[in-house]
Design a protein around this ligand. Structure first.
Ligand code: ARG
Length: 483
């Protein structure tokens, strides 16, 4: 191979190298087959950089126009699937730049003035992630709305509230759904926070130390919408930090992990509730699968997979944190490994949120404007299960306290009453008044109101409690918040 051929074939960056990269090393070091999905961010960042170079007189107006023209062509080619991505050109940045130069000549070669791939890639990841965070924010709103819809329909449905998965106290199924709305609303807050710190500009840091060209970084930040709520440009203030840290990606994955953990808790409940021994709910057939051997089976594959995929996202968080640990300043190629875990986290989370919104709340029927096919609630089964575990025992204790007994004494008396009911194989509310009075003579006929599931539910009127009046207050609050 002649020296000239060697340069063409193996090196996108310099004539310094005396031997070509082996195919294995090329494959090992290249990232184009996964980072090409950031192409839009790469072009957006390049256009903002070029605009500023022109405004600062670092490149001429003609070169700027050529870069714009070339990038428009590249955009069209990528969108129509006519762009040829080359492994030899290593990554999305070099692929696009090389094509630009092919299209517009020297102007393309001037684009990289005052810039390095180090600040370029950091900018691209931030821009890409910012738009994904915005989508995730919308999906979280959709999911919360689905849950609020189900909550509203089931405010008066009683299910056993568990602690230790043992029947504890009656709760409203609507209240139970709203517990998840709280979790997902905090998740949304976390993503908004992460977005704020992601939305800062590394460009201008160049390779690591800044650059000698008179760049206007704040102008680029404004062009790219990297501004705070008052419109002030947000620029990374230390060049070494700008090119090297990926804490925003770690923070994002951490927020995604928590969201998936919340999803996994819900999944676990859906799976339990669907089992024949509970039969609390049904999910639509399109979210279940059959068994190849047992003809009667309908398996909750979607929640099971979501529970499993949570592990995958937790793994990505571990991967990214470990990637960053111990890296000396500034940029190291290790950071190329940030993309696959980040991309997979985004894909997994978005798909999961979409599918859960629909599985819980149903799908909009355009003909009727009504959502159909969400979860089906079996209210009698839930209520029946609540009657099984002495769920109103605390209410009996509270009843005695209101009659003047210290709580600890009341607690002890009720334990005896539960023991008696167990030996009669009946609920507390089924014990005759005379029997109840043996435990304490202050017990009167009105005790049956507080021993009923509905009486117990209605009594829990504290802010954030399960009484239907409170649940309605919360539904109204969420409706305003999510509108
Ligand atoms: N593909 C690289 C990455 O993802 C781009 C930056 C490469 N910089 C370098 N100096 N090799 O991090």
């Amino acid at each position: 191979m002649s020296k000239n051929q060697l340069d063409k074939k193996s090196q996108a960056w310099s004539a310094l190298f005396s031997e070509p990269m082996s195919d294995l090393v090329k494959r090992y070091t290249s990232s184009v087959f996964f980072d090409k999905r950031m192409w839009q961010a790469d072009i957006t960042g390049s256009l903002a950089h070029a605009e500023m170079l022109a405004a600062q007189g670092i490149i001429g107006a003609e070169d700027h126009a050529s870069i714009q023209r070339g990038m428009a062509q590249i955009t069209a080619d990528i969108e129509s699937g006519n762009f040829e991505w080359k492994l030899d050109l290593e990554d999305v940045h070099l692929n696009i730049e090389a094509r630009l130069t092919q299209l517009v000549g020297d102007a393309g070669k001037r684009l990289h003035t005052g810039r390095s791939r180090n600040d370029q890639v950091a900018t691209d990841v931030r821009l890409w992630l910012r738009s994904e965070i915005d989508l995730i924010g919308e999906l979280l709103v959709d999911l919360q709305k689905s849950l609020v819809d189900v909550a509203e329909k089931n405010v008066d449905v009683i299910l056993p509230g568990f602690t230790h998965l043992q029947v504890a106290q009656p709760v409203s199924f609507g209240h139970h759904m709203l517990a998840y709305v709280e979790m997902f609303s905090r998740d949304a807050e976390r993503f908004a926070e992460v977005r704020r710190r992601t939305n800062r500009l590394p460009l201008g840091a160049a390779a690591l130390a800044g650059t000698s060209y008179p760049l206007d970084r704040e102008r680029v930040a404004r062009t790219l919408g990297m501004v705070d709520e008052n419109g002030n440009p947000q620029v990374c203030q230390n060049s070494l930090d700008a090119v090297s840290d990926r804490d925003f990606a770690i923070e994002f994955t951490s927020a995604a992990t928590l969201t998936m953990v919340h999803i996994s808790r819900m999944s676990e409940e859906l799976i339990i509730w669907m089992s024949q021994n509970f039969s609390f709910i049904k999910i639509a057939d399109r979210f279940t699968t059959g068994s190849s051997i047992m003809p009667q089976k309908k398996n909750p594959d979607v929640p099971e997979l979501a529970r499993g995929k949570t592990g995958r996202v937790v793994g990505h968080l571990m991967g990214l944190i470990t990637l960053m640990k111990g890296q000396p300043l500034a940029y190291n190629k290790d950071n190329q490994e940030d993309k696959e875990p980040l991309f997979d986290t985004v894909d997994t989370l978005k798909d999961t949120l979409r599918i859960f919104s629909e599985m819980i709340g149903g799908q909009l029927n355009p003909a009727t404007g009504v959502k159909e096919g969400g979860i089906t609630v079996n209210a009698p089964a839930m209520e029946q299960a609540t009657l099984k575990g002495y769920a109103t025992a605390t209410d009996l204790a509270d009843y005695l306290v209101k009659k003047g007994l210290p709580f600890r004494d009341a607690h002890e008396i009720v334990a005896h009453a539960v023991k008696a009911a167990t030996s009669h194989a009946c609920d507390l509310s089924e014990l005759p008044l005379a029997v109840l009075q043996e435990f304490n003579p202050m017990i009167e006929k009105d005790v049956y109101e507080c021993l009923s599931l509905r009486g117990s539910l209605n009594a829990r009127k504290t802010l954030g409690g399960t009484a239907p009046v409170q649940v309605q207050v919360q539904i109204a609050r969420h409706r305003v918040r999510l509108a």
